[in-house]
Design a protein around this ligand. Structure first.
Ligand code: AMP
Length: 144
């Protein structure tokens, strides 16, 4: 069985291109459709009521910036707009939700191959693997 619908999760760091190289090659080889997702975790998740100021303007700027960068990244890969997602929420939950919604059969994430305490604290790749209803490919990324 070959993959038909692949979802690549990117954090928009410079390491995203390493994940994309692998995803594009795999989709070409299997003739699969590639979608792209970036999740914005709201500032309120991190700061809650701890910051005595209105974060909405900063949040809007962050959202807009992420949208622009994802559009640019997707254009470089030739991914059409209907296969691009910029969503707000909890990263792993949003990836799982879109994977189910779009009947995705493979999710691709980057992995730093952490060990020790960092592994215990968890990573996005771990979080995506747990609770995924389809296969997950963790592409080992290297800091440049
Ligand atoms: P991390 O464990 O946070 O270093 O991230 C490893 C991988 O998880 C990245 O290479 C992406 O594939 C994915 N990822 C992390 N953060 C996000 C995000 N905000 N939106 C989508 N994917 C993400």
């Amino acid at each position: 069985m070959s993959y038909q619908r692949v979802l690549m999760a990117i954090d928009l760091t410079e390491e995203s291109s390493q994940v994309a190289d692998r995803a594009v090659a795999l989709c070409r080889a299997t003739n699969a459709q590639l979608s792209l997702i970036h999740v914005i975790e709201p500032l309120s998740f991190a700061y809650g009521g701890d910051v005595p100021m209105d974060l909405s303007t900063i949040q809007e700027q962050l959202d807009q910036h992420a949208q622009e960068r994802l559009t640019e990244f997707a254009a470089g890969l030739g991914i059409p707009v209907q296969q691009q997602y910029v969503l707000t929420g909890h990263t792993e939950s949003e990836i799982h939700r879109i994977a189910k919604q779009d009947d995705i059969d493979l999710v691709i994430v980057g992995s730093h191959g952490r060990h020790g305490l960092a592994l215990l604290l968890g990573s996005t790749a771990n979080g995506v693997l747990h609770g995924a209803s389809c296969d997950v490919l963790a592409v080992r990324v290297h800091s440049e």
